[in-house]
Design a protein around this ligand. Structure first.
Ligand SMILES: Nc1ncnc2c1ncn2[C@@H]1O[C@H](COP(=O)(O)OP(=O)(O)O)[C@@H](O)[C@H]1O
Ligand SMILES: [Mg+2]
Length: 485
């Protein structure tokens, strides 16, 4: 995890005099630039800040008549030395005079003890400035910074050592201010930093992540034990559980890159990805393709690029691309096809070059729609195929859902239930258990095995209505993927 200063260093060494910093975090950026002002040149130079409301201000107070962007840029031109931080100047990039002033300023600043920074969220440079201004994403707080914040907020409360890593992990991806607010709320009225604080923190983070961007934070609610069956797949993940913390494994290139889980709907593809997050204790971010294409975040390419950049900032983490065929499909035609093709190309390159600390969990229903390049060896460590659960697996799935809903397993014979549900998927089993419990509750009594059999009799499983499609998926997967069960 690189700090703000680490990210700035190469830009400073290359002597770019004008830098745009993409960030929401004005305080953290200002602190970093304060360090730059003190240490970048042979002797310390003053730090000036500008905003449209307050104009340009330095150590000696305000510089008169500099609220207008052009006046402030002119003042930079006539000041001998300094680091100049312009807040939200990018909002004035549609003014040709501002763009022109920046272009003319650049050669004048080069080789002097002056640096100009434009700071704001979601900066997009106009094409005229692309050669004169370097744009960089200012990184979010890293592990050490977040851990220090956690300790500050914990105050006198003891931190359970087993909770330390998960708590810091839950804060990843937040700005320092967001992390502070989330900690305030999560710790309110608590006696210890325990599981309950972690859950509260994860809820906070899910809400914050939703407000911004195309990535959705998914709290850890499913353990590996909550998956019925799928023994081969579970074993694969269990064997790799320590590899993300193991720096020796990382040096030897053994850190897993990603998996593609494909198969019949409702059999636990999405569930699997959620469970890895808990098993490996890595934060999980779901990439919402409909948001990427929804246009809310600029062009789809821009939304996608931002999502990938964000993942690198929150690493180690899992990027979950659910139903990947919707975003990256070989079949699309018309206006979408060009965009999808470009996104696919970006994704392939990124998969090749991505930091080792981002694990990709992709799921697909219609794998036949995916371009062959995606499945070629080396992109994903493994492609798993999840088939309909077999009898013993169905019994386990019944057990999982009865247990999760607080029922006493001793009162049910899951073997007979499994025998009666040949061809059922996990989602259907879960639905039958829920419906049975609801019926029993409405009659004010405990649920019994017969209630579940009643539901089983009423439902037609997907496997019967979709028999042809399922045969197709199976024969496709036969040669190309490892069976998960
Ligand atoms: N193997 C399984 N074990 C336990 N529950 C399952 C299993 N497969 C599916 N389910 C239930 O069905 C729901 C839908 O499964 P999901 O993983 O979303 O299916 P998909 O394969 O379509 O992504 C899950 O939330 C879970 O309740
Ligand atoms: Mg799914």
């Amino acid at each position: 995890m690189r700090s703000g200063l680490d990210v700035l260093r190469p830009v400073l060494i290359a002597r770019h005099p004008i830098v745009a910093l993409d960030s929401f975090e004005e305080d953290r950026v200002e602190r970093t630039l304060d360090t730059v002002a003190r240490s970048r040149f042979q002797k310390p130079v003053p730090l000036f800040t500008w905003s449209i409301t307050r104009g340009l201000r330095g150590p000696d107070g305000a510089v008169a008549e500099t609220r207008a962007p052009l006046a402030a840029l002119a003042a930079v031109g006539s000041t001998r030395e300094g680091v100049f931080l312009f807040r939200d100047l990018h909002r004035h990039f549609d003014d040709p005079a501002v763009v022109r002033a920046l272009r003319e300023l650049r050669p004048r600043l080069t080789g002097t003890a002056r640096l100009l920074f434009v700071l704001g969220p979601r900066i997009e440079l106009p094409v005229e400035l692309k050669r004169d201004v370097v744009l960089i994403d200012f990184p979010l707080p890293g592990h050490d910074e977040l851990e220090a914040l956690l300790e500050k907020h914990a105050g006198r409360l003891a931190i359970d050592e087993r909770m330390r890593m998960p708590l810091v992990t839950a804060l990843r991806g937040l700005t320092a201010i967001e992390a502070s607010h989330a900690l305030h709320l999560a710790l309110h009225g608590r006696e210890a930093l325990d599981e309950a604080v972690l859950t509260a923190l994860q809820d906070q983070k899910a809400q914050l992540a939703r407000q911004d961007g195309v990535l959705e934070y998914v709290p850890q609610r499913w353990a590996l034990d909550d998956i019925g069956g799928l023994a081969t797949l579970k074993d694969w993940f269990l064997r790799r559980r320590t590899l993300f913390e193991d720096t020796a494994a990382m040096d030897r290139g053994l850190t897993p890159r990603g998996v593609l889980v494909m198969g019949i709907p409702g059999c636990g593809k999405s569930l699997t990805i959620k469970a890895i997050s808990a098993l490996w204790n890595l934060p999980l971010f779901r990439l919402d393709m409909s948001r990427v294409f929804g246009g809310l975040y600029g062009s789809p390419e821009e939304g996608f690029r931002r999502a990938l950049a964000m993942m690198e900032q929150v690493a180690p983490a899992i990027l979950w691309i659910d139903e990947i065929e919707n975003g990256i499909s070989a079949e699309s035609t018309g206006a979408d096809a060009g965009i999808k093709g470009r996104i696919f190309a970006t994704f392939l390159t990124w998969m090749q070059e991505k930091p080792a600390q981002v694990f990709v969990g992709a799921t697909a229903n219609r794998i036949d729609l995916l371009p062959a390049e995606l499945l070629r060896k080396g992109r994903f460590d493994q492609v798993f195929f999840i088939d309909l659960p077999e009898e013993a697996e169905r019994a386990e799935i019944f057990e999982v859902h009865l247990r999760r809903k607080g029922e006493d397993l001793g009162r049910f014979n899951t073997t007979t239930l499994a025998k009666a549900t040949k061809g059922w998927n996990g989602a259907e089993i879960e639905a039958a258990v829920s419906a049975a419990i609801i019926d029993a509750m409405s009659e004010d009594r405990a649920v019994a095995e017969d209630d579940i059999f009643m539901q089983v009799g009423k439902m037609v499983p997907l496997a019967r209505t979709m028999a042809e499609q399922i045969k197709g998926i199976r024969s496709w997967a036969h040669q190309r993927a490892i069976r998960a069960n």
